[in-house]
Write a protein that binds this ligand. Structure first.
Ligand code: PLP
Length: 398
């Protein structure tokens, strides 16, 4: 019969897309929309990286590569893991994929069996639950409340463990909260993961974007036991303004890397050969552009955080990493707008885009239905304009 996949149909289409589509539509009508939705740097990919890709094309580096990535890029990733993360992997422990999202997909394909539970701390990046479900896993949620800095404790993880628990997802710095886990917090989490004998999937996509002199710590670097159980995942998208190039990578045990590589060999084969050459240049070439972009994000972060602090009825904790401000709008939900209670975060986002031309991400699908996410991967001028509009809106409320 012509039925469809139940698994595919169960995937939740992203609510953020509705807002983004609306923002696009308004823009195409010539309306000046401020978009706080961006999940990508607004900078161009640095020139040296672009040049490496152009050279790859001229050199004819345009054929299939080994499915799990070139040896050259794996070695570059090993060098970066060693110097930046204090993590020692051999090239046969590395898998290069089509972006961090693909790396995560491969990880869960490699470790999950039907019904295995994966502990996901909320607020979470909205793709985690769907990626886990597509790999036949069962998401189990725990909550990092605001008074915990939106982070979960080792005790919460321990309490959520059952005999079906297979893995825990750790995202530091976090999308959507911008929080980072300290070395002490990670040590406690590692202790539980080792004792409960579960995998840690460490998504460190935003590792280079850390501010205020805070330290990014890779959980796998803490000791041998946690190293064995951790799959460390990162990519080029956020740090090198390379979202469109689609290069992500993992460091794991040889066994897991082998499984991920064989899954990938049938699903997609190698990631784009040209992008792999560009990635080698990104990782081994001059790093000053990374610093320049981070400094710029930092200015925007400070501006946005300080400005939001002074807007009534909303509040945020100071983010320490990534490029998002996670804003508590719970007080707004009980306010009336045009004679009607605002009620839900989706309604709030709808009002903001339609009446104030500001696109924000409602975080219901990130596990927090009374928060919005504002990206500061846009210019200070845009941030200023957008927050001005949000302020105007809030000032109409009593
Ligand atoms: N992990 C997190 C937390 C992210 O925010 C993203 C992108 O938004 C990714 C992974 C995946 O990045 P990409 O697939 O673009 O490399």
């Amino acid at each position: 019969a012509l039925t469809l996949s139940k698994k595919a149909m169960a995937v939740k289409p992203s609510s953020t897309l509705a807002i983004t589509a609306k923002a696009k539509e308004l823009k195409s009508q010539g309306i000046d929309v401020v978009g706080f939705g961006a999940g990508e740097p607004d900078f161009n990919t640095p020139d040296n990286i672009n040049e490496a890709a152009i050279k790859a094309i001229h050199d004819g580096f345009t054929k299939y590569t080994p499915a799990s990535g070139t040896d050259e890029l794996k070695k570059a990733v090993c060098a970066k893991f060693a110097s930046f993360n204090k993590l020692h992997y051999d090239p046969n422990q590395i898998v290069i994929s089509n972006g961090g999202k693909h790396s995560l997909t491969n990880i869960f394909s490699a470790i999950l069996n039907h019904g295995d539970e994966v502990i996901i701390p909320a607020p979470y990046w909205l793709s985690y639950p769907e990626i886990v479900k597509l790999a036949d896993g069962v998401p189990v949620y725990i909550r990092g409340e605001k008074d915990q800095g939106y982070k979960v404790t080792a005790q919460q993880i321990e309490d959520a463990c059952t005999d079906k628990t297979k893995a825990f997802i750790l995202n530091t710095p976090s999308n959507p909260t911008g929080m980072i886990y300290t070395r002490e917090e990670l040590e406690a989490i590692a202790e539980v993961a080792v004792r409960k004998n579960i995998y840690v999937v460490a998504d460190e996509m935003y590792e280079y974007l850390v501010y205020d002199g805070e330290e990014h710590v890779s959980i796998a670097s803490l000791n041998d036991e946690i190293y064995k159980r951790t799959i460390t995942c990162s990519g080029l998208a956020k740090s090198y303004a390379m979202t469109g190039w689609r290069i992500g990578y993992t460091g794991s045990s040889k066994e897991i890397a082998k499984l991920m590589g064989s899954v990938q060999s049938h699903e997609t084969s190698n990631p784009n050969s040209i992008a792999q050459k560009a990635a080698v240049e990104a990782l081994l070439g001059p790093q000053n552009t990374v610093d320049t972009m981070r400094d710029e994000f930092n200015k925007r972060r400070e501006y946005m955080y300080n400005r939001v602090k002074n807007i009534s009825f909303i509040s945020a904790l100071e983010p320490k990493g990534a490029f998002y401000l996670f804003v508590d709008i719970s007080e707004l939900l009980n306010k009336e707008y045009k004679g009607e209670k605002i009620g839900t975060v989706d309604k709030l986002a709808k009002v903001l885009i339609e009446d104030y031309n500001v696109a924000v991400i409602p975080c219901e699908d990130f596990g927090f239905d009374d928060h919005i996410r504002l990206s500061y991967a846009i210019s200070v001028e845009q941030i200023e304009k957008g927050l001005g509009r949000i302020e105007n809106f809030v000032n109409t409320l009593k």
